[in-house]
Design a protein around this ligand. Structure first.
Ligand SMILES: Nc1ncnc2c1ncn2[C@@H]1O[C@H](COP(=O)(O)OP(=O)(O)OP(=O)(O)O)[C@@H](O)[C@H]1O
Ligand SMILES: Nc1ccn([C@@H]2O[C@H](COP(=O)(O)O)[C@@H](O)[C@H]2O)c(=O)n1
Length: 233
C-alpha cells in the first residue's frame, strides 16, 4: 500500500488536511507541494493570495503601507483565482495572470503592508477555509498561520523550519545576486511577519520538522510519515 493509499483510507470520514507553517525559505511551498504530489492531494499556497493582492495594489499605483488602500483592494478577492493543483499553480486576479509576477522581489518587499492589515487576513482566511473544506481527497496548505488560525483542527500540523543561515543559502541558490542582500531581505520579511503572527514557535500539538540537516527528499518523507502515522492512530 502506498503512503497515499494509506492516508486516503483515513480520508473516508472526510478529507485529510495537512497544515504547514514556517519562516521564509524554510521550504514550505516546495516541500508542501511535493508532499501533496506524493499523497495525491491538493496544494494550497496561501502566500500567493497575499502576493496577488499586493500585485494589484502596486499595479493600480497604490501603496501597501496605506491601510485604506489595502482595504479598498479587498473587493478584488472575488476575482482571485488560485489553482490547487499540486502539479502546477496558476494565480490570477482582476483578470490578470500573475503566476510569475507575484514572485518578484518588488512584491516580496511590499507584501508586509497587506499581511499586517487584519481585515485583509480575515478576508483571505474565509477563502482559504472554503478551499480546505471542499478538499478532496486531502489538501496540504502552507503559510504562516495555517496551523494556528486557518486550520487549527488540521489532521497533521507542522512547523517547518531550518537555521536562518541555511535558509538564506537555499534562497540565494534560487535567486542569485548578492548573498548578503538576499539574507537581509529574508531576515527583514521574517521580522516584519512575526510581528503579526507567531510562526517561529510551535503551538500546542504542532510538530517541528527541522530540515537544517535533512535533504529535500528526507524533509518530504518526514511529513508524509507524519500523515501516514496519523492515519494509523
Ligand atoms: N531540506 C531541504 N534541503 C535542501 N533544499 C531545500 C530543502 N527544503 C527546501 N529546500 C529548498 O529551499 C528553497 C526555498 O524553499 P521554498 O521556496 O519552498 O521556501 P518557502 O518556505 O516557501 O519560502 P517563502 O516563504 O519565502 O516563499 C527551495 O529551493 C527549496 O527547493
Ligand atoms: N498564511 C500566510 C501566508 C503568507 N503571508 C504573507 O505573505 C507573504 C508571502 O508569503 P510566501 O509564503 O509566498 O513567502 C509573507 O511574507 C507574509 O507576509 C501571511 O501573512 N500569512
Amino acid at each position: 500500500m502506498s503512503a497515499g493509499d494509506a492516508v486516503d483510507e483515513r480520508a473516508e470520514g472526510g478529507a485529510t488536511v495537512i497544515a504547514i507553517d514556517g519562516p521564509a525559505g524554510s521550504g514550505k511551498s516546495s516541500v508542501a507541494r511535493a508532499v501533496a504530489r506524493e499523497l495525491g492531494f491538493q496544494f494550497l499556497d496561501t502566500g500567493a493570495a497575499y502576493r496577488a493582492l499586493t500585485w494589484l495594489i502596486l499595479e493600480r499605483g497604490g501603496d501597501t503601507d496605506d491601510e485604506a488602500t489595502v482595504l479598498a483592494s479587498l473587493g478584488a478577492l472575488d476575482t482571485l483565482e488560485l489553482t490547487i493543483d499540486a502539479s502546477g499553480q496558476r494565480v490570477a486576479i482582476a483578470g490578470h495572470d500573475v503566476t510569475e509576477a507575484i514572485r518578484t522581489e518588488r512584491i516580496s518587499a511590499a507584501v508586509a503592508g497587506v499581511a499586517r492589515t487584519l481585515p485583509a487576513r480575515e478576508a483571505v482566511n474565509v477563502r482559504f477555509r472554503a478551499i480546505i473544506a471542499a478538499a478532496d481527497p486531502g489538501i496540504v496548505a502552507e503559510g504562516r498561520d495555517i496551523t494556528t488560525v486557518v486550520a487549527p483542527d488540521a489532521d497533521v500540523r507542522v512547523l517547518l523550519t531550518a537555521d536562518e543561515a541555511v535558509r538564506i543559502r537555499r534562497r540565494f541558490g534560487d535567486v542569485g545576486g548578492d548573498e548578503q542582500q538576499v539574507g537581509a531581505r529574508l531576515s527583514a520579511r521574517d521580522a516584519s511577519d512575526s510581528r503579526v503572527i507567531d510562526f517561529l514557535h510551535a503551538a500546542d500539538g504542532v510538530t517541528v520538522v527541522d530540515s537544517t540537516d535533512l535533504t529535500f527528499d528526507e524533509t518530504v518523507d518526514a511529513i508524509v510519515r507524519l500523515a501516514t502515522e496519523e492515519r494509523h492512530d
